[in-house]
Design a protein around this ligand. Structure first.
Ligand code: SF4
Length: 143
């Protein structure tokens, strides 16, 4: 934010911090100056991508976000297995490594034990409503 105040957009777009942001909106909600910090993070990430400043690992953050949104658009709620499969397949060309496909597989039993991973994803009944929400938000398709 300080780099932006000083007009140093290149520095702001090159900051690793913009890729650590998970868009939780806490900063935007609590900012005493009503700055939409989370929105600023989004714009900085887009700028970094457009200018080729993002590393392969940082680009995979975007691939994950796209896979996440596609999943919600299709199902109305998250299907973890489908999400992981889409993310891995989309990120594979830039990762260029077959072991990448199975890198996190060892976490599955632990996640399932804690009921954080559902082998059969559920879908909301009225997925047309979900599609309309996406359309209203002007969200482009990433499929
Ligand atoms: S939205 Fe704001 S508080 Fe949340 S992770 Fe991003 S910068 Fe941090």
């Amino acid at each position: 934010m300080r780099a932006l105040q000083l007009g140093n957009f290149e520095k702001a777009m090159s900051a690793d911090a913009i890729w650590a942001c998970v868009s939780c909106q806490t900063c935007s909600t609590r900012c005493p100056q009503s700055v939409d910090c989370a929105g600023v993070m989004d714009i900085l990430r887009e700028g970094a991508l457009g200018r080729g400043l993002a590393s392969p690992a940082q680009r995979s953050v975007v691939v994950f976000q796209q896979a996440f949104l596609n999943n919600i658009r299709r199902n109305g709620r998250l299907d973890e297995i489908e999400l992981i499969a889409e993310f891995k397949l989309r990120a594979l060309p830039s990762e260029r490594s077959l072991p990448f496909l199975f890198k996190d597989a060892g976490l599955a039993p632990k996640l399932q034990k804690r009921k954080k991973l559902h082998l059969r994803g559920e879908k909301v009944n009225d997925r047309a409503v979900v599609r309309r929400i996406f359309e209203r938000c002007g969200d482009g398709q990433h499929e």
